[in-house]
Design a protein around this ligand. Structure first.
Ligand code: CP
Length: 310
């Protein structure tokens, strides 16, 4: 058995065998087969500098399932509002004493920074446009529990690769598991950093990841399509997107899906901008795994907590 490092900062510091181990443990947890362990003397806190529904609530539910002492720092009522820096906030939390801090932050690298400056285990719940490893593990689990062989899978990820924190983790995560990954979207939403994100990972083979500037062709051979949320809130004054043009060329809708692989499954990390990156009908169609991804987030996060706290 592999031992987990102290933190979960991104998917690429886990290896493939260990990811399989986490997925299997999450599956056992979902089937009520892995509930041993006493965590009632452990303290966990969330420190979210950005809004969240599914990540924060699923961590909270997972913590309650484990009977750990769970603390949520409400930003609007914290001393961050009095100007306390991120570093000093971390030092304050560390002095009070936490076994784990779950962090969401608008700056890429914030979780890595926290890992260097605290005694607690750090879980990255999304940092800037860098990484969101627990979302990727939830998405991998949603496929794994269907007994689909990752190495036979082709996934098309579509949309905003510039601002999305999910994108990089998900590209690397599926590629590490042996899937073919298509990166699809308008060039202004695909950064060179994304295209090079996997270059130094020996597990990922040449030709496993392909960038497309059109959507119909890759969707014909894809098993999964995953539109990414267009992150309007991160657009700057120097960056703007023509939404009408985006919807015309890249929105995932019934017509596009009907012309694709007929068994294609639909995933989305959420939250969804309906009728921008995907139609309302498809979100709620029987091809959609979106609610299952959310449900599975609880099992993955509980598994990770068990691993890090054990
Ligand atoms: N996918 C995701 O991170 O969703 P939340 O922002 O609701 O946590």
């Amino acid at each position: 058995m592999k031992t987990l490092k102290k933190h979960i900062l991104d998917i690429d510091h886990l290896d493939r065998d260990y990811i399989y181990e986490i997925l299997e443990k999450a599956k056992n947890l979902k089937n009520n087969k892995n509930s041993e362990g006493n965590f009632s003397n452990k303290h966990i806190c969330t420190l979210f500098y950005e809004d969240s529904t599914r990540t924060r609530l699923s961590f909270e539910k997972a913590a309650i399932n484990l009977e750990v002492k769970f603390h949520n720092i409400e930003l609007s009522k914290s001393s961050i509002n009095k100007g306390e820096s991120f570093y000093n906030t971390l030092k304050t939390i560390d002095s009070i004493g936490m076994d784990m801090i779950i962090i969401r932050h608008p700056s890429s690298g914030a979780a890595n920074f926290a890992a260097k400056h605290t005694k607690a285990s750090i879980v990255n719940a999304g940092d800037g446009s860098h990484a969101h490893p627990t979302q990727t593990l939830s998405d991998l689990f949603t496929i794994y529990e269907r007994n689909i062989d990752f190495s036979s899978l082709e996934i098309s990820i579509v949309g905003d690769f510039l601002f999305s924190r999910v994108a990089r983790s998900t590209i690397i995560g599926f590629a590490m598991m042996g899937s073919k990954v298509n990166i699809i979207g308008p060039s202004e939403l695909i950064s060179n950093e994304i295209i090079r994100a996997y270059e130094n990972l020996p597990l990922i083979k040449n030709g496993q990841i392909t960038v497309y500037d059109e959507i119909e062709k890759p969707l014909m051979k894809s098993d999964i399509v995953m539109p990414l949320r267009i992150q309007k809130e991160r657009f700057t004054s120097s960056f703007n997107l023509d939404f009408e043009s985006y919807k015309k060329f890249w929105k995932i809708d019934e017509k596009l899906i009907n012309n694709s692989n007929k068994n294609i499954l639909i995933m989305h990390p959420g939250p969804v901008n309906e009728e921008i990156e995907i139609s309302h009908k498809l979100v709620h169609s029987d091809k959609s795994l979106i609610n299952l991804q959310v449900e599975n987030g609880v099992f993955i996060r509980e598994t990770i907590m068990r691993e890090l706290l054990s």
